[in-house]
Design a protein around this ligand. Structure first.
Ligand code: NIG
Ligand code: FE
Length: 434
């Protein structure tokens, strides 16, 4: 029944009353699983509380797309007792849908030749300086029609869904002109409308200094001409800035933070990716929602993130591997109590992967994050970064029934099998979508 492609089951009401006639419009609303693995409790999770908990022989029950019960099958509350018949059983662990809180979609085109050039000894910095990198993706985007961009991006978002991503972030940052950035934000909103996932949009106009601008002049243009318009038109949900010696500095961060606050938008920060810019500490000081990358975060930055209430630490392990960069101080952040998330950083330059299972795999092997920690770091904590933790990120009563059925009953199988997609089923608001 479950493998047959027709995923209509009896509703609980129908089962209880015995009156169910097999109406194909009835959505599924209960399943039993050998294991349900989920973070629980208030977001974000930290330290020893980061690891997801495992419920063996579990049941998940939902109504109108919202979870009404997630826990041991033996403890189903009165009124929800259902027998675990074969058709209601899934053979694999049930986990929350993955939340990818750092991607650079929408973009257009790839840069595999830059990857090859780096293998031959060029560096990311050096390619960027020669007009490659971000500036090249900006030209590719500018030269493509809206329809071509969406035709390129929609299948990628669908591929993300097949890898279990049920909510994600989209960013600008390849528009790199006043009109180009607003266009990319509109394209991001269109992409969000065309895919089944929940998607939020971040304005990353301070991603590179466009040709023809001085750095300060571009920052002012962003803060006075782009950000206020994007905010007032409701095109974006957050603001990001790339702090790096080849991009923007701490004064620019402070200026963008001020403009984001004035627009009522949360701040994010690409911090200390290629070198130590003291950006992690500054991001905490500015009250950013997250500091991302952190490969070169210094001791003060790590300490600030471990103590921060409002600022999460977003690790991007695949871009670390892909750039052969120094690893981020992941264990120090986890053990020190930072609100750690893992994301793909999906983009054509530093992380052409869209798979959160792959990011979890690299986080386990490279960063020694346990599978249970990595699961929370790819679900509830990134939901908090995106401001979505009230509705998604964990399998708890009242949240939306966005979940994934794995092809194994142990979440350790996610990082244990690199290159394998462990996602067998994907459900959004209680409906199977992949
Ligand atoms: O997060 N480093 C800055 N931004 C991206 C890369 C963007 C690109 O190379 O196109 C990142 O790694
Ligand atoms: Fe990024």
């Amino acid at each position: 029944m479950r493998e047959g492609g027709l995923h209509v089951r009896k509703s609980i009401d129908g089962l209880r009353s015995g009156s169910f006639e097999g109406d194909p419009g009835v959505i599924e609303d209960v399943l039993f699983a050998a294991a349900l693995v989920t973070p629980a409790g208030e977001a974000p999770r930290r330290g020893a509380g980061l690891a997801a908990s495992v419920v063996r022989d579990a049941a998940l029950v939902w109504r109108d797309g919202l979870i009404v019960y997630a826990g041991p099958a033996s403890a189903l509350p009165p009124g929800l007792e259902v027998e675990a018949t074969d058709e209601l059983v899934v053979h694999g662990a049930v986990v929350p849908g993955f939340v990818d809180c750092h991607t650079h979609l929408p973009f257009f085109g790839w840069r595999a030749d830059e990857f090859e050039a780096r293998l031959a000894g060029r560096t990311y910095r050096d390619l960027q300086g020669g007009g490659g990198g971000i500036l090249r993706s900006a030209r590719l985007l500018a030269d493509a029609s809206d329809e071509h961009v969406l035709d390129f991006c929609v299948p990628l978002a669908e591929e993300m869904l097949a890898h279990g991503t049920t909510a994600l972030e989209l960013k600008t940052g390849y528009g790199l002109s006043v009109e180009g950035e607003l266009r990319q934000a509109r394209l991001a909103r269109r992409l969000a409308a065309e895919v089944p996932q929940t998607a939020v949009v971040t304005l990353l106009s301070c991603h590179a200094v466009p040709e023809g601008y001085e750095r300060k002049e571009w920052v002012e243009t962003v803060c006075t001409e782009i950000l206020p318009v994007a905010a007032s038109e409701g095109l974006v949900d957050a603001v990001d800035i790339y702090v790096e010696d080849i991009a923007f500095d701490l004064n620019d961060l402070a200026r963008v933070a001020e403009a984001a606050t004035a627009a009522g938008l949360p701040l994010r920060c690409h911090a200390d990716q290629l070198g130590d810019s003291a950006a992690a500490e500054a991001a905490v000081r500015e009250g950013a929602r997250s500091a991302d990358h952190l490969n070169h975060a210094n001791t003060a930055g790590v300490a600030a993130l471990c103590a921060a209430e409002a600022t999460g630490a977003v690790l991007l392990p695949v871009s670390t591997l892909f750039l052969r960069a120094d690893p981020a101080p992941a264990r120090d952040l986890v053990d020190g109590g930072a609100a750690v998330s893992i994301a793909t950083d999906f983009n054509p330059g530093t992380s052409p992967t869209l798979s959160l299972p792959e990011a979890i795999g690299v986080a386990a092997s490279l960063y020694r994050m346990t599978p249970g920690e990595a699961l929370t770091a790819a679900t509830l904590n990134p939901a908090w970064v995106l401001g979505l933790d009230d509705s998604v990120g964990s399998l708890e009563r009242g949240k939306r029934a966005d979940f994934v059925v794995l092809d194994a009953d142990d979440v350790a199988m996610i990082p244990y099998r690199p290159g394998h997609n462990p996602v067998r089923e994907v459900w959004l608001a209680g409906r199977r979508v992949a």
